[in-house]
Design a protein around this ligand. Structure first.
Ligand code: FRU
Length: 508
């Protein structure tokens, strides 16, 4: 008898006590039970945001990846829904792997083979139980209401194991071709048989028949990306506007596994990088091979942006897995049988070819301007009373540069169990060594981008912290398991600190 995989997942969700765990974030996407990894199929539908994600409901007992589903109208309060893609078809029995979504306008549906506005693309993963040999094919799931989801009967769209590549061929991103209206492209992360990573492009007019176009190439990059790691996971091309010039760029964001550039950064097992250019055919032009990490934190991976209907434009919102690689041994596994979370969506723009990332949502309750603004503080710790007792909050501080001397920053939690976030000269220093989770590192120092303003913004939600420095010029995402009885935060001043402005919000 075949297993009722959907029923088993629903049972696991129904009996879960994860939300009672004191580390369970309150305004982030978190699995209702078990494990979450990459965000998938992010989309905006009118006033509602939908986040799907890699979801293993039986973790750590059994590794089987579904797509989970949450929705929200404010990017802060998320409702769990039942699993969307259940790995119960011959082509996805070993897991419904990552992919994205497209939301179709009614005119795009005219004559389309599948009459459904919501189309989700994913990789069907299959491992031979005897040989462990992997096959990966690209598949389609559609929905007319985001409640019922139907696997396309003609799956897979793109059969497994293309010539010249290994079975590491996954994570489709489908997008409209701005240069050829009515046509769609699909970008897939691949591994060549010589064990180097690349991204393959496909083209379609109807979203079900796809033609291989070739690899994405970088004519101006001087070979920088031709042998760049052994596998590219989760590649995505995103159109982003430069704040100063208004020019639009195509930003390639991807996770090349196995690169070790000889410069600061890249401390994570797998990095997530971007390069900026213009996509013409299969070429990403106007990139000279320069690349940067998207986020410098300990836990950040596999981001993607929310898809929108062209008739419902809005900011480019990016969300990532606040995790990295498969290290799941976090405190929450013991205490609540859940692990990992998605980052808060952040709005993207560009300045001088560099990504700017700002939190896309403000917490609902405004605790106002911290009382400490304007008073020169002298070497010590100062508690903004507004954060007293809170474990989910947002804080934005701007120092008066010519009236501030020495290092300054924020201590989340108490002296006994805390995470310190310090701006010291031209660097950000993060220290979580007294917290309960340091597996990907305890202390990290990051050089700030040139001309970075002394603005420090922190989004903290129980066990997850996102830091933005210089009004979005640098982002740093991490898990921050301070003790549950270690609440609030303190301002730290190494010398004199004068705050020019400040804002505190708490999630109540
Ligand atoms: C990235 C990744 C993807 C894959 C998925 C499987 O974290 O390895 O390449 O589709 O996770 O869960």
């Amino acid at each position: 008898m075949t297993e009722d995989l959907k029923g088993l997942a629903l049972d696991a969700i129904a009996t879960s006590a994860a939300a009672d765990d004191p580390d369970y974030p309150r305004f982030h996407v978190v699995p209702p039970v078990g494990r979450l990894n990459d965000p998938n199929g992010l989309l905006v539908d009118g006033a509602t945001y939908h986040a799907f994600y890699q979801f293993s409901p039986f973790h750590p007992r059994r590794k089987l990846v579904y797509w989970g589903h949450s929705s929200s109208t404010d990017l802060l309060h998320w409702n769990h829904h039942g699993p969307t893609i259940v790995p119960d078809s011959s082509y996805d029995l070993s897991g419904a792997y990552s992919g994205n979504a497209i939301v179709l306008e009614s005119r795009e549906l005219e004559g389309a083979p599948v009459q459904a506005p919501y189309q989700l693309f994913y990789t069907g993963n299959l491992k031979d139980p005897v040989t462990d040999e992997r096959t990966a094919s690209q598949c389609l799931v559609t929905s007319s209401d985001l409640r019922d989801f139907t696997k396309w009967p003609g799956n897979p769209l793109i059969p497994a194991n293309a010539e010249g590549y290994t079975a590491h061929y996954r994570d489709p991103q489908v997008f409209r071709d701005p240069d050829r209206p009515g046509e769609y492209r699909m970008l897939i992360g691949v591994q060549r048989v010589n064990e180097t990573g690349a991204a393959a492009l496909y083209r379609s007019r109807d979203l079900v028949s796809w033609e291989f176009e070739g690899e994405l190439t970088f004519p101006g990059a001087g070979g920088a990306f031709s042998s760049f790691g052994y596998m590219w996971e989760c590649p995505g091309l995103v159109r982003v506007t430069d704040e100063d010039t208004g020019e639009e760029w195509d930003v390639l964001i991807w996770c090349p596994q196995g690169i070790t550039p000889q410069r600061e950064g890249f401390e994570n097992i797998f990095p997530c990088v971007y390069t900026v250019g213009h996509l013409k055919g299969t070429e990403l032009r106007d990139t000279d091979g320069t690349f940067h990490e998207v986020d410098r934190g300990f836990e950040f991976y596999a981001p993607q942006v929310f898809a929108r209907r062209p008739s419902e434009p809005g900011p480019v919102l990016l969300t990532a897995w606040a995790g990295n690689a498969s290290e799941d041994d976090q405190p929450s596994i013991q205490s609540g049988q859940w692990v990992h979370a998605l980052s808060l969506p952040r709005a993207l723009s560009l300045k001088n070819g560099q990504l700017i990332q700002r939190p896309a949502a403000d917490l609902p309750h405004d605790a106002g301007q911290p009382a400490l603004v304007g008073t020169p503080l002298d070497s010590g710790q100062y508690e903004p009373a507004e954060l007293h007792g809170h474990r989910s909050w947002q804080l934005r501080l701007e120092a008066e540069p010519d009236r501030t001397s020495g290092a300054w920053g924020v201590r989340i939690g108490t002296d006994r169990s805390h995470v310190d976030i310090i701006l010291d000269g031209g660097a950000l220093r993060v220290d979580r060594s007294t917290s309960r989770y340091t597996q990907h590192g305890a202390v990290r120092t990051v050089t700030l981008p040139e001309g970075c303003a002394s603005v420090l913004e922190i989004v903290h939600d129980r066990s997850l912290t996102e830091v933005f420095v210089g009004d979005g010029a640098l982002a740093f995402t991490m898990r921050s398991f301070v003790d549950p009885d270690s609440s609030g935060a303190r301002l730290l001043a190494g010398g004199v600190l004068t705050l020019k402005s400040g804002r505190v919000r708490t999630f109540t």
